[in-house]
Design a protein around this ligand. Structure first.
Ligand code: HEC
Length: 265
């Protein structure tokens, strides 16, 4: 016999109090369900949409059928060109953060400019000997945080090949032309070369991934010498791809590659 519970059931004051509490919790939940999300951590996100004609405050935000948030405000915005758009303020569960960026519309040039090139630059400067009037200074990552940043940049290069070689990926947007047409292919020439031998393109992307994985091992071991060597392997993987698709007619680049040796065909 559980004496405690039988005594609550027998006490009309306690029953009344418990009922009030249950009703209060229910009201609280209902209120929160309308105004946000009950008991889940949320964050705010604002999105510009051309029209919010069919949306009202309180509408649910769903991903694949699951409710992940609510619209908690809609404000009209006038753009510089006079057009009016709607700004949606949403509250989303932190479990869906960050929303994946739509990478399907990126071009190879976008991926180079926004990810691959900045990561490459960071790494090429992370282990170097800098010489100035006072002599030669060796630069390399020292602190745990610096090594973590090196690993983060290497990871970008490990992930990039899948993005670059996605079937249907354009070289550049339609209005973009080569800045240096005497040596660089136009985007449509790049695309033709890729389409002619897609499998080779995927292999060349794989070489960047492999080189970056070697660098990751060196970074895991916090070994600057091994990292330096691995980074020159990354450089070769970049160059081997560019020599084929981007500036295949650049004689000096081919010569330099030959002199350095080891550029994979
Ligand atoms: C799998 C092939 C491939 C690999 C590997 C690759 N690239 Fe590229 N990259 C390209 C192609 C193709 C273009 C030319 C795109 C175009 O038509 O503008 C390009 C263009 C570029 C550009 C010029 C972008 C612009 O604004 O015109 C830069 C900078 C660049 N790559 C940097 C790098 C670096 C740094 C690496 C190595 C860490 C690298 N790429 C590895 C294929 C590759």
């Amino acid at each position: 016999m559980r004496r405690g519970s039988s005594s609550i059931a027998a006490n009309p004051v306690l029953i009344g109090a418990a009922t009030t509490l249950v009703v209060l919790v229910a009201v609280f939940l209902a209120y929160n369900a309308n105004n946000g999300l009950p008991f889940v951590p949320t964050y705010s996100l604002t999105a510009d949409v051309p029209s919010a004609a069919n949306l009202v405050k309180g509408n649910e935000v769903r991903i694949g059928g699951t409710r992940v948030g609510v619209v908690d405000g809609i404000t009209p915005q006038r753009l510089a060109n006079g057009k009016v758009i709607a700004q949606l303020h949403m509250k989303l569960e932190t479990t869906v953060k960050p929303l994946p960026e739509d990478t399907s519309k990126l071009t190879i040039k976008d991926i180079m400019d926004s990810r691959v090139d900045p990561a490459g630059d960071f790494l090429f400067e992370s282990v170097v000997d800098v010489s100035d009037a006072k002599g030669i200074h060796h630069r390399q990552p020292h602190t745990a945080r610096q090594w973590a940043e090196v690993r983060r940049q290497i990871q970008i290069l490990i992930d990039a090949p899948d993005l670059i070689t996605l079937p249907g990926r354009k070289a550049a947007h339609p209005d973009e032309r080569s800045r240096n047409p005497a040596v660089e292919n136009q985007p449509e020439q790049v695309e033709r070369l890729i389409a002619a031998q897609r499998a080779d393109f995927v292999i060349r992307g794989g070489r960047l991934r492999d080189a970056a994985k070697v660098a990751m091992k060196a970074a895991d071991q916090k070994n600057p010498k091994a990292l330096f060597k691995a980074i020159s392997g990354i450089d070769k993987a970049c160059e081997s791809c560019h020599l084929h698709y981007w500036y295949p007619n650049e004689k000096r680049a081919h010569q330099a590659a030959d002199e350095e040796g080891g550029i994979i065909p």
